[in-house]
Design a protein around this ligand. Structure first.
Ligand SMILES: Nc1ncnc2c1ncn2[C@@H]1O[C@H](COP(=O)(O)OP(=O)(O)OP(=O)(O)O)[C@@H](O)[C@H]1O
Ligand SMILES: [Mg+2]
Length: 248
């Protein structure tokens, strides 16, 4: 089964075409990286796939269902969730509160007519469970602003998990982390259930290679190459456009 099927997708801002006839297929359960230089269109691609932005043309299917842009809630209910490149956390609120709000948001939109079913204790229990998955169970009652940078990045992923996604998009989850924090993040992401499909945008190639089996390289909104680690590492075009010789 195909988790994500992107067909001839284009997006222009004014006269600038940022995504250009892009085709991308992500199989169910795949760990798929999207890499490429700054401004290649990676975040824009995520904004299109989540329904935040309307494409200029083309089509996006999530588990075979065409995406209706302008309905990010419906996209979440369709099983897709994302974490952000920039910090979107509530800084003066505890870890548990951040997670509770995120869990409640996905619950109430899903079962609006049966809200009494989603009791407060259930939601708290779920928030705690997700905190544990992302190794935040000892920091539940700390304010976000007191967390280390790495813990904040763990919380970003945890919040995205509250929607119980089948597909998780992560936009540079390791950006700005120390080497130790990065190791921990890789370990936690690799422990997530194997049937979770992950699309990862990341500049750090060690993170990409540690998490993903398939890599798509974007350049100026076009797919330069898609393939396994070795294909990508040895692709001369990719080396020239992005990797340089460090990872080849
Ligand atoms: N809302 C917008 N309006 C106009 N131009 C935009 C908008 N959003 C993005 N762009 C432009 O689209 C191009 C792609 O941006 P995008 O943020 O998708 O790149 P990226 O691959 O995520 O880069 P980075 O690695 O730096 O995060 C850039 O030239 C950017 O300036
Ligand atoms: Mg970006």
């Amino acid at each position: 089964m195909t988790a994500l099927d992107i067909r001839d997708l284009s997006k222009s801002f004014g006269g600038l075409e940022v995504i250009s006839k892009l085709n991308l297929v992500v199989a169910d359960g795949q760990r798929h990286a999207v890499i490429g230089p700054n401004g290649a269109g990676k975040t824009t691609l995520f904004n299109l796939v989540t329904g935040w932005l309307r494409p200029s043309s083309g089509e996006i299917l999530i588990h075979g269902v065409p995406l209706k842009h302008g309905h990010p809630d419906a996209v979440t209910r369709g099983g897709l969730s994302r974490s952000f490149q920039k910090n979107m956390l509530l800084e003066n609120v505890t870890v548990l509160e951040n997670l509770r709000v995120a869990c409640q948001a996905s619950h109430s939109s899903r079962y609006a007519m049966f809200r009494s079913k989603d009791s407060f204790p259930d939601i708290i229990a779920k928030a705690r469970r997700i905190a544990e998955m992302m190794h935040l169970d000892t920091a539940l009652h700390r304010l976000v602003k007191e967390l280390s940078y790495g813990q904040k990045r763990q919380l970003e992923v945890a919040i995205a998990l509250c929607a119980e996604p089948k597909i998780l998009l992560m936009d540079e989850p390791a950006a700005g982390t120390s080497p130790d924090e990065r190791e921990r993040l890789i370990e936690l992401i690799n422990k997530l259930p194997r049937d979770l499909t992950i699309v990862l945008v990341e500049h750090d190639m060690d993170v990409v290679f540690a998490i993903c089996d398939v890599i798509t390289v974007l350049s100026y909104g076009k797919v330069l190459a898609t393939g396994g680690k070795d294909d990508i590492r040895s692709n001369p075009q990719v080396i020239e456009a992005y990797l340089g010789n460090d990872h080849a």
